[in-house]
Design a protein around this ligand. Structure first.
Ligand SMILES: NC(=O)c1ccc[n+]([C@@H]2O[C@H](COP(=O)([O-])OP(=O)(O)OC[C@H]3O[C@@H](n4cnc5c(N)ncnc54)[C@H](OP(=O)(O)O)[C@@H]3O)[C@@H](O)[C@H]2O)c1
Length: 361
């Protein structure tokens, strides 16, 4: 039977905000394509921290209401198939879609965008996220707008490697670009990457190295060696207990860019290590989202503290180019079948891994 003719599929369905028990493996109808949409047979779907936070509803918690539950962009509709990272093949087309896409091997941009500044591609903001506001890739099939799929037919990357790219590598590329580590200006910059063994951090290490930057990375224990293998020039072990001193020793002339997913207590004193005109780009707060800083460390150095979330269409386009050429090869530490998604998420939560965990439906 052809993919399009199949009526049901296996899907991991999140039924409420909670732990892994909130996710059920079900037989559900294969979703139908609407106008301008395509049906993708999922070959690989990467796991991300956002899957855990969205499942738990942790995005809505705040200092005022620690028990609030909700998705990143607002309340979530249940049941919901999560999974924002999708690589696969187009197996059915909605009306109005170019017939040449039929059968194409594709990488899916997980975002639909808002355009606060019409016509300015750099102003694009995430308005709707695959696996959060609409059903995602932890299933055998997913329907997405045709505008979100990018052909990668001849990419030398495996499906599993492609499935590791969108959120982690898109976020890392977004942070680097917003931090001035561009293809043209990356060479020679000294870049600090925190959380460097994780999905986003390791991607940042690889991408910054590929752009010719000198990379100082923060990791811990057994993960230090693989982070160095991924290209970091120096890896500081945060468990030694002398993080700030070690970071100063690793870059006595200071940092041009900081790619930070950890935040917390390091931000305030860390800003003193920036070179004039430097950028501290933050996209996560694993060590705490309340930080104290002396604003003089910013304005007297013409430095910038930059918030960064995921990518823009332009940045995703650059990621697709990297996928097509295979210029960066994502590090995948483990794969799990769909019926072991809960194990994949528990492994992600333990944070003993290096790089990405990918589900193969
Ligand atoms: N804003 C966005 O668009 C966006 C997108 C993706 C992810 N994120 C956020 O970015 C963060 C990282 O995501 P990820 O997928 O890369 O996570 P991950 O794969 O779980 O990796 C995180 C790594 O950070 C380090 N770490 C964890 N807790 C820490 C702490 N308290 N202090 C210092 N280091 C700590 C650990 O590495 P070591 O033990 O090796 O140090 C850990 O392996 C998460 O908070 C996620 O929600 C944001």
């Amino acid at each position: 039977m052809s993919d399009a003719a199949r009526r049901t599929m296996r899907a991991a369905v999140t039924t409420y905000h909670g732990g892994p028990e909130a996710v059920e493996l079900r037989d559900v109808p294969v979703p139908e394509t609407g106008p301008g949409e395509v049906l993708v047979r999922v070959a690989a779907a990467g796991c991300n921290n956002t899957d855990l936070w969205t499942r738990e509803g942790s995005y809505a918690a705040s200092a005022d209401d620690a028990d609030a539950r909700g998705g990143w962009l607002g309340p979530l509709d249940f049941p919901r198939v999560q999974g924002g990272d999708v690589a696969g093949r187009v197996v059915a087309l909605g009306s109005g879609v170019d017939g040449e896409l039929d059968g194409a091997r594709v990488l899916v941009d997980p975002l639909l965008y808002d355009w606060p500044v019409p016509g300015d591609p750099d102003s694009a903001l995430p308005a709707d996220v695959l696996g959060s506001e609409r059903d995602g890739g932890f299933a055998e099939h997913v329907v997405v707008p045709a505008a979100c799929v990018h052909r990668v037919d001849d990419s030398p990357l495996t499906d599993v490697e492609l499935g590791a790219l969108p959120i982690a590598y898109g976020t890392a590329l977004g942070m680097l670009e917003r931090g001035g580590v561009t293809a043209e200006r990356g060479a020679g910059r000294t870049v600090l990457v925190t959380g460097a063994s994780g999905g986003v951090g390791l991607a940042a290490v690889q991408l910054a190295t590929a752009r010719g930057a000198r990379v100082v990375a923060v990791s811990s224990g057994d993960k230090v060696a693989p982070v160095a293998e991924a290209g970091a020039d120096v890896v500081v072990d945060r468990r030694r207990g002398h993080l700030l001193d070690d970071l100063r020793d690793a870059a006595p002339d200071g940092y041009d860019t900081v790619v930070d997913v950890v935040a917390g207590a390091t931000v305030g004193p860390g800003l003193r290590m920036l070179r004039p005109g430097a950028r501290w780009v933050v996209a996560g707060a694993l060590d705490g989202w309340r930080v104290e800083l002396d604003v003089r460390t910013l304005y007297l150095a013409n430095a910038a503290l930059v918030g960064s979330t995921m990518h823009t269409p332009t940045i995703f386009g650059r990621l697709v180019d990297l996928a097509r050429s295979g210029a960066v090869r994502p590090v995948v530490t483990a794969t799990y079948p769909l019926d072991r998604l809960a194990e994949a998420h528990t492994a992600l939560e333990r944070r003993e891994h290096v790089g990405k965990i990918v589900v193969v439906p």
